[in-house]
Write a protein that binds this ligand. Structure first.
Ligand code: F6P
Length: 356
């Protein structure tokens, strides 16, 4: 059996753990396994940059962050557009797949990666996709790998801010990754006792943020901590069209939404406001034990799908069971936080403000 592996898009902590699960699951159950690793995501598949991997490559990587194959962003919308030398990328990917005579290509990545995986499926390749992203926004799986590891990092950052915030009577904003969704901010914010949590799914009102800060001040609390999703948006901005919003953001002097909120808080309350952006640390370090176990399960389940020749699927986890979900049913869909979900209601009940 010959399989290909590639990791595409932004990395996360548990990619190596997932690849190890796939390869061990196959090596223990099929004869004459050959594993080809394509470097730097789809780039390696397009330009034929790959290497035959050995069992040594997968030894000792369960706990190692990043990806042994490297990764890159190759936007889905550019896949049908020839490169600067006129190369047809889709044909090039197919040609490298057929040249190696692969039985299956295992693709680890997030939403954009998944769309290209589905495109390659439509083009006739045998594809298995594994749902990777710290954003947890892949539709059709309860959780993506990387998410829980990133919560740990974001949570550590907010925990550290807590002690210094208490000493200085300031307002602190910690900006959390997550692209267009608020899963990471919601979980890290609740887990670290943030006072105000702002998510893209719940546009905020400046006055509600100020009310929440004043309420804490009145109660004798010197500091307030906000966990703000990088995609958080005000009620006013949420009403703008995509084009209008883009123009407005380009004209604003802020590096990100948190700085805008910090300035607004200082103007309206006189309180000093500080911004911390943990940024890519949230994708770094070792995978947490949950992600190691999850990836071992997803990888092993992927191996079984390959053995069964059941291709064209994402391997998901639903109600603690691994499931094969057809790529055509999920590609291009986004899993967002439901503003009416239990977790938000529970958080509001204990006094956390969502700025709405
Ligand atoms: O999708 C993962 C993610 O870390 C997002 O949370 C973030 O918006 C984005 O990637 C950052 O991308 P890049 O690494 O390309 O700056």
């Amino acid at each position: 059996m010959k399989i290909g592996l590639l990791t595409s898009g932004g990395d996360c902590q548990a990619l190596n753990a997932a690849m190890r699960g796939v390869v061990k699951g196959l090596a223990n159950n099929v004869d004459n396994l050959e594993v080809y690793g394509f470097f730097d995501g789809y780039k390696g598949l397009i330009y034929g940059n790959y290497r035959l991997l050995t069992s040594n490559d997968f030894s000792g990587i369960l706990t190692r962050g990043g990806t042994i194959l490297g990764s890159s962003r190759q936007p889905f919308k550019m896949m049908r557009i020839p490169d600067e030398n006129g190369l047809d990328k889709v044909e090039a990917m197919k040609s490298n797949y057929y040249k190696l005579n692969l039985d299956c290509l295992v693709i680890l990545g997030g939403n954009g990666t998944q769309k290209t995986a589905n495109l390659l499926r439509e083009e006739g390749l045998n594809i298995i996709h594994l749902p990777k992203t710290i954003d947890n926004d892949i539709y059709g799986t309860d959780v993506t790998f990387g998410f829980y590891s990133a919560i740990n990092v974001a949570c550590d950052a907010i925990d550290c801010i807590h002690t210094t915030a208490a000493s200085h009577n300031r307002v602190f904003i910690v900006e959390v990754m997550g692209h267009k969704v608020g899963w990471l901010t919601l979980y890290a914010g609740v887990a670290s006792g943030a006072d105000i949590i702002l998510l893209p799914e719940i546009p905020y009102d400046d006055d509600k943020i100020i009310d929440a800060i004043k309420k804490r001040q009145k109660a004798g609390k010197g500091f307030t901590i906000l966990a703000v999703a990088e995609g958080a948006i005000s009620k006013k901005d949420a009403k703008l069209s995509k084009k209008e919003l883009k123009k407005k953001l380009e004209e604003e002097p802020y590096p990100s939404v948190s700085y805008k909120i910090a300035e607004m808080i200082t103007q309206k309350t006189g309180a000093e406001a500080r911004v911390t952006v943990p940024g890519h640390t949230q994708r770094g370090g070792s995978p947490c034990p949950y992600d190691r176990a999850l990836c071992t399960r997803l990888g092993s389940a992927a191996a079984q799908a390959i053995i069964d020749k059941d291709f064209g699927n994402m391997i998901a986890i639903i109600n603690d069971k691994t499931k094969r979900v057809p790529l055509e049913d999920v590609a291009g869909k986004l899993k967002m936080v439901d503003p009416e979900c239990q977790m938000i209601k529970e958080a509001k009940r204990i006094g956390i403000s969502f700025g709405d």
